[in-house]
Design a protein around this ligand. Structure first.
Ligand code: BGC
Length: 286
């Protein structure tokens, strides 16, 4: 008794639209909070992979323009657009500007995020609210605009076999509790289920939604954690690989996760953290 396969109608595997080196050739990506840190590296990596890039920023046009120039140097197009991602009217305008400039959007990267730290008893409502506004309401508003646009555009098979891709830049603190950073950890935990629930909802429309969760990466946000010998040595106790991560390492993963190379990947969080989520305290004990 052999296994009968001949009568089964398997769907055809997707045809990958992108060449290997310029994985995102001709696509358009919008990266929020892209004038510095991880956002900057994401924008440059996507640009180097052939995407036109919208560099969203708030407050530092010169730094955003410098990112745009770096992307243009390698042959992709780039514009910088100021917008507070927590304000619906500004988000709508940013998406309109994207379509006006590049004709469409293929990739949204929700990167903009802030930390406003305080011991729990001292945490003000303003600190709580602002972190939620930027880290959680921002992705909500941007995802909503992106999903509406992706559905309107449909699939352009010459660019990608998906109708659109969304990446959320989360944090190891979507799963690691963080004393003294309750607002931040709560926003990232919320982002995780926003991402997964949306991924489930829009997968049938060939829209892919995933997250990248960086650990300690050398950026302006966490300078205090790595810019003195003492702080750096302390930090390494939390990282099995015994080094801080670099923003470019997040950029490289984002290119793959936004490309057709990962077409069957929905609703995951890809941790890029040197092992920080592996309970490093158990390395020598337990
Ligand atoms: C935070 C950093 C921190 C890292 C690891 C990130 O989400 O933004 O400040 O160093 O998590 O704790």
């Amino acid at each position: 008794m052999g296994v009968q396969t001949t009568s089964l109608q398997w769907p055809e595997p997707p045809v990958l639209a992108c060449p290997v080196l310029k994985l995102l050739h001709g696509q358009t990506a919008l990266v929020t909070g892209a004038s510095s840190g991880i956002g900057r590296a994401l924008a440059i990596a996507l640009g180097h992979a052939g995407a036109n890039v919208v560099i969203n920023y708030l407050g530092s046009p010169e730094k955003a323009e410098e990112v745009a120039k770096e992307i243009q140097r390698c042959g992709s197009r780039a514009i910088s657009v100021a917008a507070d991602v927590s304000k619906p009217d500004q988000v709508q305008l940013m998406f309109q500007q994207t379509v006006a400039e590049f004709g469409r959007l293929d990739i949204l990267v929700n990167n903009a995020g802030i930390q406003l730290d305080a011991a729990f008893e001292d945490l003000t409502l303003e600190q709580w609210q602002r972190v939620m506004d930027v880290n959680l309401t921002g992705p909500f508003l941007c995802c909503q605009e992106a999903v509406r646009l992706f559905k309107k555009q449909g699939i352009d098979a010459s660019l990608s076999c998906a109708a659109g891709k969304i990446l959320c830049i989360s944090s190891v603190h979507e799963v690691i509790p963080w004393a003294g950073h309750v607002n931040y950890a709560a926003s990232k935990g919320g982002l995780m289920l926003l991402m997964k629930s949306l991924a489930q909802e829009v997968a049938p429309q060939r829209i892919r939604v995933n997250s990248i969760a960086p650990g300690a990466i050398r950026t302006p946000t966490n300078t205090a954690a790595w810019n003195t010998r003492e702080a750096y040595d302390d930090l390494l106790k939390l990282i099995p690989q015994k080094r801080i991560g670099e923003p470019e390492e997040i950029g490289r993963a984002a290119v793959w996760l936004a490309s057709d190379q990962s077409d069957y990947v929905h609703g995951i969080t890809l941790f890029i953290d040197g092992g920080m989520t592996l309970y490093p305290g158990f390395e020598t004990g337990g």
